[in-house]
Design a protein around this ligand. Sequence first.
Ligand SMILES: Nc1ncnc2c1ncn2[C@@H]1O[C@H](COP(=O)(O)OP(=O)(O)O)[C@@H](O)[C@H]1O
Ligand SMILES: [Mg+2]
Length: 140
Amino acid sequence: MKRILVAVDGSDSSLKAARMAADIALRFGAKLTLVHVVPKLLLPPDVYGLTIAEVEKEHRAYADRLLEKAVESIEEPSVEVDTAVLYGAPAEAIAETAAATDVGMIVIGSRGHGAVARMFLGSVSDRLVHISPKPVLVVH
Ligand SMILES: Nc1ncnc2c1ncn2[C@@H]1O[C@H](COP(=O)(O)OP(=O)(O)O)[C@@H](O)[C@H]1O
Ligand SMILES: [Mg+2]
């Protein structure tokens, strides 16, 4: 296991997933890559009174802050951690990135920000489990 991919959206569930991934990485001597996917815009940017470039810049800054907080939440100083911002449909973008040969597994939270208590999995974790080319650990 060379590299473990962790999908983070800033939710408690994803930070818990990141800590478990770090624990596993420590035991395997693996590296961690934390990824956050910036979804496609739901509305044209002029609805927000902004240009596409401005909206993309805001999204990028938001993603960078979110990833930085996730890195800080990992308490394994001996694990090498890097980050990547991806764009598009979250599950698809994560699955595509996980196809890289050095990725051994993906760790993801069971739910995210849109948590509905009666749901077993969120939409991203549910879809990823179905389409992932690599093993997926879903952290409850
Ligand atoms: N945009 C995203 N980028 C990276 N990971 C994500 C993203 N959205 C969700 N995830 C991952 O998927 C997990 C489950 O979230 P999700 O399926 O979106 O649940 P919900 O439907 O409750 O929001 C999160 O804990 C996180 O690990
Ligand atoms: Mg979500």
